[in-house]
Design a protein around this ligand. Structure first.
Ligand code: 6GU
Length: 239
């Protein structure tokens, strides 16, 4: 898929995507990332991209035209239709379900705001969806855009190795992951649960599922909706 990032700091998002699974996805041609700086579309020697808010108040608001021209330049760079996503704390919360939906688009344009925000008319005219990555305030949308890029890149077919795909599967069940252990079996900090050394794959699967359910119950009970608990879980709990 192709992702265009419209930002005053497009290199920042590119750096976040340069390593690990996401960097490899780019090398494999599964993700192409492009940056567009609204400052390059701002006129005059000052290359102004923001101005004071009408009605008064603190901070600055990003101007319509430099953002508009940057978005249109990004659109024109590829004939496929792009979904335009504005990263803002006012957006709907990003979930793994939303990530799966975004990852299926051939193109995304991620719009990052700075300052107090973006002129509302630009959002109304150009933006398809507003997304937030959580209930806290960041200085700009760049970190959130990097989060979206990472999450959609790893879902591209061929981005993950077998081992990584397996780990992905367990989270896709909507529960928290189980604990993991590796060598040595005995360590001053403790030893590895016996069941994991038993070679009994059915028992190991049951233990892992129980740990996932228990952790989710304790840490994130909000995730334990009707859908997450299937017949297999009832069977586990009854056993
Ligand atoms: Cl998408 N942007 C900003 N500036 N802050 C955030 C956010 C986005 N999501 C959570 N906090």
């Amino acid at each position: 898929m192709r992702v265009d990032v419209v930002s005053l700091f497009p290199e920042f998002v590119a750096q976040c995507a340069a390593f690990g699974v996401v960097g490899r996805a780019q090398e494999r041609g599964l993700l192409s990332l492009h940056g567009w700086n609204p400052r390059d579309y701002a006129p005059g020697n000052y290359r102004r991209v923001d101005d004071r808010p009408f009605g008064g108040g603190p901070g600055m608001v990003m101007l319509i035209d430099p953002l508009h021209d940057a978005i249109e330049a990004a659109r024109a760079a590829d004939p496929r239709e792009a979904k335009v996503v504005y990263l803002t704390p006012q957006g709907a919360r990003l979930t793994q379900a939303k990530v799966r939906e975004l990852a299926a688009h051939p193109r995304l344009i991620l719009l990052c705001g700075r300052y107090e925000g973006v002129d509302e008319r630009l959002i109304e005219a150009e933006v398809d969806e507003e997304l937030s990555i959580g209930d806290y305030v960041l200085s700009g949308g760049e970190l959130a855009a990097a989060v979206v890029v990472d999450a959609v890149a790893r879902l591209q077919e061929g981005a993950l190795n077998d081992a990584e795909s397996a780990a992905q599967d367990s989270f896709e069940h909507g529960l928290l992951d189980c604990p993991h252990y590796t060598r040595p079996v005995e360590h001053p900090l403790g030893h590895v649960p016996e069941v994991l050394l038993s070679g009994n794959h059915a028992e190991i699967a049951r233990w892992r599922r129980m740990e996932s359910l228990g952790r989710t119950w304790l840490r994130r009970p909000d995730l334990l909706d009707e859908q997450a608990l299937g017949k297999a879980d009832r069977a586990l709990l009854d056993a």
